[in-house]
Design a protein around this ligand. Structure first.
Ligand SMILES: Nc1nc2c(c(=O)[nH]1)N[C@H]1C(S)=C(S)[C@@H](COP(=O)(O)OP(=O)(O)OC[C@H]3O[C@@H](n4cnc5c(=O)[nH]c(N)nc54)[C@H](O)[C@@H]3O)O[C@H]1N2
Ligand SMILES: Nc1nc2c(c(=O)[nH]1)N[C@H]1C(S)=C(S)[C@@H](COP(=O)(O)OP(=O)(O)OC[C@H]3O[C@@H](n4cnc5c(=O)[nH]c(N)nc54)[C@H](O)[C@@H]3O)O[C@H]1N2
Ligand code: SF4
Ligand SMILES: [Mo]
Length: 688
């Protein structure tokens, strides 16, 4: 037998493109044309050789037998996932059809009849917010408000701090107290766990404040269970004690904040006893936590996304963001907070996205959390063409019953660009194959650490797959758009994005240097923006009282309002968040990771279960006026009574009956920024 030639083995540097704060540097092993393993890059200062199990499984995703390899056109009924519902077509035909449909829609209804729908399935800057944005701006399409993830908290945080930025996470190893507030860090920010573990070795204590005793609680030193959506009350209770017991930093407050008197008057109303009633946290725990926060230094708060997926989420984050100012922690190395850090590594969005191409600046917007309503109710013009990429709205968007109903409209033409035949593709008229990020060049900026990275392709595009960049570039040119805007290379676009004198932290970071080194750190000189100069709020100080909030019709001082209003007849609040093994709905079709996650599970307090005659392992129906899912119960003491938690954006095939968890969530918007309210849905539970 002839010996088969040994495949050449090589290693390449890459970056994790997933919507995760850690934005890891990767070391990829390639044999011939196949990626055989993916590891954390050992030299990256934050990644330090460690990555999550999901991304270790990336080779299975890239070389998955079901990866889309060529364009498909629907020939069967909408809603069918059968491959026989689609036929193979060429890119020429696909482009021809898209251009024809777009021109038809524009001629009959105007360009606002076209709606892009995208999020961050790939965080690469030029693939997620580059050529695509230019294309839809130039078209004059309806603008999408990308509000599904963190906007409510971002807006809330900015009311207090001016911009959405905190401290360098590398400094958190110095912390002596770490509050993990509404963040399931062990699953969602593993390198913060590594820093906190180092801090713990040096004597730090780690407290997890959450509605669910989960992996992060098991790892933390203390778990404090709160009722969903009550964090603003808890934070006000901590302030109450800090002020009452003289644990605030009067000099810092006088020099760096405005509105202390107004805040103190508000906090006076939140005694520990009142907080216990609202949040379910015992009064003595509130007092103990406040004393610890007021005396430990450095004290660091990691503010997660869990808090702000509530009706009142903006205010919750705005309120917690006041705490480090009261104790002067912003001027201590390792003290302060992180909600997000995107500001330090922000690139030139104007040059990248070219909003100037939009001829009519009054072009309407659609909030992506209200896709169902947009598809079903919008008139003048109705949405006639939906273009989905970097997102899986049939699974991730709230009120999925309405989303699906909209997607089923026979007069809607839907294009979906993805790597797989996702649940959204089932409703598509055209399905286009996307490259994985391993197949194209891009620039990556973390929204947590301070490094910006260049990811070069490590393999050729598979099959007939095209990147988002290439797709929108080629479509733009076919639409007859300006070659100088659309006919450029990836490298040119990256250079345009990096050319941003307004962001001093990018100084010295260039395409060449990134290509040479792989990553470079934003040039933060001090502990944070806040000790480098004035705070970028209107007053130039940290705003405990915010005039801007008053003008926006919000309470100018931190305040608490209950969630789930209008659905009080339903007994439970349901918190449906992400899980450990998937990345939102990404990986929801990978058998190995699905097996590790077992199945969708409903965590319920054992007293609630007993009252309904339900036991662990029983299958129940969870329902409200929007939809119903069937799910297996785990009755224990991992949630407070009245609270339900389920994790994972499982695809339709994860549930019996085909409705996914977002059948239960609402299109209602949060108090700030038009944010999503995934965690504020009320439901009832019925035996199955
Ligand atoms: N493994 C994994 N990692 C991920 C993701 C994933 O799907 N899987 N998704 C990525 C994305 S896009 C994001 S936005 C982040 C999200 O990651 P995180 O910032 O950790 O946010 P969530 O997991 O949504 O919620 C965090 C925690 O908030 C809790 N929570 C819910 N409501 C409340 C409340 O009212 N108060 C308090 N105190 N806690 C509450 C939840 O139980 C959960 O444990 O993770 C990213 N990383
Ligand atoms: N119930 C509930 N719903 C939620 C959440 C929750 O906690 N609970 N979390 C919300 C949050 S925080 C977020 S961020 C959103 C996430 O929502 P999405 O951003 O839609 O996240 P994914 O489910 O990961 O879907 C991304 C899709 O993009 C595809 N993709 C990856 N790379 C590329 C590429 O290069 N090109 C193209 N065209 N496609 C690509 C992937 O295959 C995947 O199908 O979900 C939200 N939905
Ligand atoms: S998903 Fe997050 S932790 Fe996992 S490799 Fe990517 S960036 Fe790192
Ligand atoms: Mo997110």
């Amino acid at each position: 037998m002839a010996e088969s030639p040994r495949e050449e083995v090589r290693f390449a540097r890459s970056v994790c493109p997933l919507d995760c704060p850690d934005t890891c540097a990767l070391k990829v092993k390639i044999e011939g044309e196949r990626i055989v393993s993916v590891d954390g890059h050992p030299d990256h200062p934050v990644t330090r050789g460690s990555i999550c199990n999901k991304v270790r499984n990336m080779p299975d995703r890239v070389h998955h037998p079901e990866r889309l390899m060529y364009p498909l056109r629907r020939v069967g009924p909408k809603g069918s996932a059968e491959r026989s519902a689609f036929e193979r077509i060429s890119w020429e035909e696909a482009y021809g059809e898209i251009v024809g449909r777009m021109n038809e829609a524009i001629a009959e209804y105007g360009p606002e009849a076209i709606l892009p729908y995208s999020f961050y399935g790939n965080m690469g800057i030029i693939n997620a917010e580059g050529m695509d944005r230019r294309f839809f701006h130039r078209l004059g399409a309806t603008r999408l408000e990308r509000t599904i993830c963190s906007v409510a908290g971002d807006v809330g945080y900015k009311y207090t701090m001016g911009v959405n930025t905190g401290i360098d996470p590398e400094n958190t190893v110095h912390a002596k107290l770490i509050l993990i507030w509404g963040c399931n860090m062990v699953s969602t920010n593993m390198h913060q766990v590594m820093y906190a573990t180092e801090a713990r070795k040096r004597g730090a204590r780690i407290v997890h404040i959450d509605v669910h005793r989960n992996r992060t609680s098991a790892w933390a030193d203390e778990f404090i269970a709160v009722r969903p959506g009550t964090d603003a009350a808890l934070a006000l209770g901590i302030m109450h004690v800090l002020i009452r017991e003289g644990l605030t930093d009067a000099a810092y407050i006088a020099e760096h904040t405005v509105g202390y008197e107004e805040l103190a008057a508000q906090a006076a109303a939140y005694s520990p006893e009142r907080v216990e009633e609202i949040a379910g946290v015992p009064a003595d725990t509130v007092i103990r936590l406040a004393r610890e926060y007021g005396t430990a230094s450095p004290a660091f708060i990691r503010i997660g996304n869990g808090l702000q997926h509530h009706d009142n989420g903006g205010m919750a984050v705005r309120t917690i963001a006041c705490l480090p100012a009261l104790t002067g922690q912003w001027r201590v190395r390792g003290g302060g907070a992180i909600k997000g850090n995107g500001y330090y590594t922000s690139v030139n969005a104007m040059r990248l996205e070219r909003p100037d191409l939009l001829a009519d600046k009054s072009t309407r917007t659609v909030n992506m959390n209200q896709l169902g309503n947009a598809l079903l109710d919008l008139r003048e013009p109705p949405v006639k063409l939906l273009f989905v990429y970097n997102s899986n709205p049939a699974v991730v968007a709230p009120d999925s019953g309405r989303v699906r109903k909209g997607l089923l409209r026979e007069d809607l033409f839907t294009v979906v660009h993805d790597l797989f035949l996702t649940d959204t593709c089932k409703y598509a008229d055209l399905v286009l194959p996307a490259t994985s990020h391993f197949e194209n060049l891009d620039l990556y900026a973390s929204y947590w650490h301070l490094y910006i990275q260049l990811g070069e392709p490590v393999m050729e595009p598979m099959g007939e797959c095209k990147s988002n960049f290439t797709l929108f570039k080629e479509l733009g040119l076919r639409m007859g758009f300006e070659p100088e805007v659309f006919g450029i290379t990836e490298e040119q676009m990256i250079r345009e994005a990096l050319d941003y004198p307004d962001n001093p932290y990018l100084a010295g970071i260039s395409f060449e240097r990134l290509r040479e080194r792989g990553w470079m750190k934003a040039g933060l000189q001090g502990l944070s923006l806040y000790d480098e100069g004035t705070v970028p709020t209107p007053s130039g100080k940290i705003e405990l009282y915010s005039e801007r909030m008053r003008l926006a019709g919000l309470s100018p001082v931190p305040d608490y309002a209950p969630v789930g209003l209008g659905e009080e007849d339903l007994p439970f609040l349901l918190v449906a968040g992400p899980n450990h093994g998937f990345l939102n709905s990404t990986f929801g079709n990978q058998e190995k990771l699905k097996k590790l996650e077992k199945r969708p599970t409903l965590h319920m307090h054992r007293d609630d279960a007993a009252a309904l005659g339900i036991e662990s392992g029983d299958r129940v129906r969870v329902r409200n006026g929007r939809g119903e899912i069937r799910i297996v119960v785990d009755a224990a003491e991992n949630v407070l009574p009245g609270v339900l938690v389920t994790q994972g954006l499982w695809w339709e095939d994860g549930y019996e009956g085909g409705q996914t968890v977002n059948a239960l969530t609402s299109q209602k918007l949060a108090d700030m920024g038009g944010g999503a309210t995934f965690f504020s849905a009320r439901v009832e539970v019925l035996p199955s």
